[in-house]
Design a protein around this ligand. Structure first.
Ligand code: SF4
Length: 684
């Protein structure tokens, strides 16, 4: 086969690659012309073709036999008939909200859009949300409040190279998306400086000029301390603040008491380093502040992001070339996945489901009445927490998510899944969640289907089909259309991705994330198109906010926020902070990457400082038991001076870590507090 230009199946960088046939093998080759990665890839991308020949690939629908409790093979007709009959029965008996739908940040835009339409217009349920709620929602909420719209990076990633200082807060970019780290290297070659804020001295911190190591859950206080010192140093861009923002006076007052010594007491960051940071940022012409999950996955995640946006605004950096604030999105379609309707509160085009004009517009595109569309549903964790309870959903369909591994307080969530009358999982392999389902539907993956993704820059790109799927496998789009037909749906669901994308464009027209001017043809010819792009002759918008922000008055909003710290603080019984994160060779819940032989699969480990190891009485590699108020796991100790002595770290790609994490939610974004809870370590 000729090589197909497509994109990696994993993270939000969406590296361009070519897939070629060499004999019987499909191999990954470079695509240097694609500008985001210029041919560079990490080892996850290089080995991704192995997914296409996985021996455990699902190729037939599976139905759980009520007699034996085991799966048996079924035809597609039998499986879809069974699911449709059960969904219909639950809707008739308990109402439409008895059926829930759960999506994922890795689904293409076409699938995310169709999932939202399927839930609202076919099932009539408000019970839809997705695992992206656990990824970028705090930054999304903060970006919307501060700038009027949420696009993770409001500028191309390569702009970072032209900044004088880049501050990475809670991002281990060198391990999560290694090709992006070359922008930091080029910035440093130009004489720029990189600041990394993280409780662990990560591979990214090793490449930094300044490493700041706060206590987990204190990034907000650190931002306030820095802003205090920026104000004290006279580095506020008063003219910019006056012309382009509102709300600074309240913020100025709110940081008055965050003098560097108080900041040190709360964050553990030396007062002198706080002052030095303020000077570094204050004296730079162009500053980029980037947050990621380390700062965002907290019960105060959205306020934390707002505090860092306050710093960037006070310095006059947002909406100017080669500077500003951005969020480094995680999942492959974490950006597009949060724009087109699989969120509980959202309609396509990043519109609010509570906005009457948005409801009328989208209902018009779908050919239904606005009154027939349900209202806002529950956020991801709240939805899962309500499964099988009085008044909660009794049946759920899951597309593109491995909830059993990725949900916080996962023991509890797994119990809730098990309490359902019907759990249907559409997946490529038998994930931990699929293994608990009543019906498993084998679906196409990545290179076996065409669809668009929106990368971390807001650039819409096209993942092209490179090979046919195995016999017996159907697309998620076919699954939804097949169920819609059986349920006597009042709306038609397209199954051709390009036709879905054109409909999505019409549904998004006039919304904040306007795709109306984007087509497959343009995406191909232009190496992606940045939204908003309202018409076919519009160039797209690589850099946002240069003239005005997307708020009604065009000004960015400061927000005076208050540090509270993690919901759970260390105590006598649980004396340590537990934080979670990623490793280079694995991606998200590991459902894909753990199956690839050429990717190192270490299994979970507990990283701890030598002082903790010595207190516990273990050496590197010996097993320890890690306990929180929600559960316990055992794993080998990894002893390292790179982590704070009051903190332990566990990667979340395997079952275990999220059985320990806290389900305390951010009040604005409903993000759970994955990144900080209280824990105890003993010999395992
Ligand atoms: S995982 Fe991310 S950084 Fe690695 S090759 Fe894929 S898209 Fe690129």
């Amino acid at each position: 086969m000729p090589a197909t230009e497509t994109h990696c199946p994993y993270c939000s960088l969406q590296c361009g690659m070519r897939l070629a046939r060499r004999g019987r093998e499909t191999v990954v080759e470079t695509w240097e012309e694609f500008p985001v990665n210029e041919g560079a890839m990490c080892r996850k991308g290089w080995t991704s073709a192995a997914l296409l020949r996985d021996r455990e690939r699902l190729t037939t629908p599976l139905v759980r036999d009520p007699e034996t409790g085991s799966f048996r093979a079924a035809s597609w007709d039998e499986a879809l008939d069974l699911v449709a009959a059960s969904l219909h029965g639950h809707r008739v008996q308990h109402g439409p909200d008895a059926v829930a739908v759960f999506g994922g940040g890795g689904l293409t835009n076409e699938k995310a859009y169709t999932l939202g339409k399927f839930a609202r217009a076919v099932l009539g349920t408000s019970m839809i949300d997705y695992n992206g709620r656990w990824c970028m929602s705090s930054a999304a909420s903060a970006g919307t409040r501060a700038f009027g719209v949420d696009r993770g990076l409001p500028f191309p990633l390569a702009d970072v190279e032209q900044a004088d200082v880049v501050v990475l807060v809670g991002s281990n970019l060198a391990e999560t998306m290694p090709p992006a780290a070359r922008h930091l290297d080029r910035l440093r070659e130009r004489g720029g400086r990189v600041v990394v804020v993280d409780p662990r001295r990560t591979a990214t911190a090793e490449r930094a000029d300044v490493f700041v190591q706060p206590v987990p859950g204190t990034d907000l206080a650190l931002a306030q301390g820095i802003l205090h010192a920026v104000i004290a140093g006279g580095w506020v861009d008063e003219e910019y603040v006056e012309e382009r923002t509102t709300g600074f006076d309240a913020v100025r007052r709110s940081v008055t008491t965050w003098w560097p010594e108080r900041t040190e007491r709360v964050t553990g960051v030396p007062a002198e380093q706080v002052r030095d940071l303020a000077r570094l940022l204050g004296e730079a012409q162009r500053v980029v502040v980037l947050t990621a999950r380390g700062a965002e996955q907290h019960a105060q995640g959205s306020d934390t992001v707002l505090a860092w946006i306050d710093v960037a605004l006070a310095l006059g950096q947002c909406g100017r070339p080669y500077s500003g604030y951005g969020c480094l999105t995680g999942q492959g379609n974490g950006q597009g996945g949060r724009e087109h309707g699989q969120k509980a509160d959202q309609l396509p085009g990043y519109r609010s489901i509570e906005d009457p004009a948005a409801r009328e517009h989208v209902a018009g595109v779908w050919g239904v009445s606005p009154e027939s569309l349900p209202g806002k549903g529950k956020s991801a964790y709240e939805l899962l927490d309500s499964l099988g309870t009085d008044g909660g959903p009794k049946a759920m369909l899951v597309f593109g998510s491995n909830i059993v591994v990725s949900a916080p307080n996962a023991h509890h969530v797994t119990e809730r899944l098990d309490s359902l009358d019907l759990l249907v999982v559409a997946d490529v392999v038998m994930s931990e969640t699929a293994a608990r389902a009543d019906v498993v539907l084998p679906v196409t993956q990545w290179a076996e289907e065409t669809g668009t993704m929106t990368n971390l820059e807001g650039r819409v790109i096209l993942r092209r089909k490179a090979l046919d799927p195995p016999d017996g496998v159907r697309s998620d789009l076919d699954v939804m259309a097949g169920l819609a037909e059986r349920l006597g749906s009042p709306v038609h669901l397209e199954t051709d991705p390009e036709r879905v994308f054109d409909e999505l464009g019409r549904a998004s027209a006039g919304g904040p994330a306007d795709y109306a001017g984007i087509s497959y043809e343009r995406v191909t010819a232009e190496h992606g198109v940045f939204w908003p792009c309202p018409t076919r002759d519009h160039a797209g918008t690589p850099r946002m906010f240069l003239d005005r922000f997307a708020t009604p008055d065009g000004r960015a909003r400061f927000h005076a926020v208050t540090h509270r710290g993690p919901a759970e603080q260390p105590s006598g019984e649980y004396p340590l902070h537990l934080t979670t994160g990623r490793v280079l060779a694995q991606y998200q819940s590991g459902a894909q990457t753990r199956r690839i032989r050429d990717l190192e699969d270490t299994g979970p480990f507990v990283e701890m400082h030598p002082l903790v190891a010595s207190r516990v009485g273990v050496a590197d590699g010996e097993r320890v038991r890690l306990t929180t108020r929600r559960g316990a796991m055992t794993a080998p100790a990894r002893v390292s001076e790179s982590i704070r002595a009051d903190t332990v770290f566990v990667p979340f790609h395997w079952v275990g870590a999220n059985q320990l994490t806290n389900d305390a939610l951010d009040p604005a974004s409903r993000m759970p507090e994955f990144k900080a809870c209280a824990a105890a370590v003993t010999r395992g």
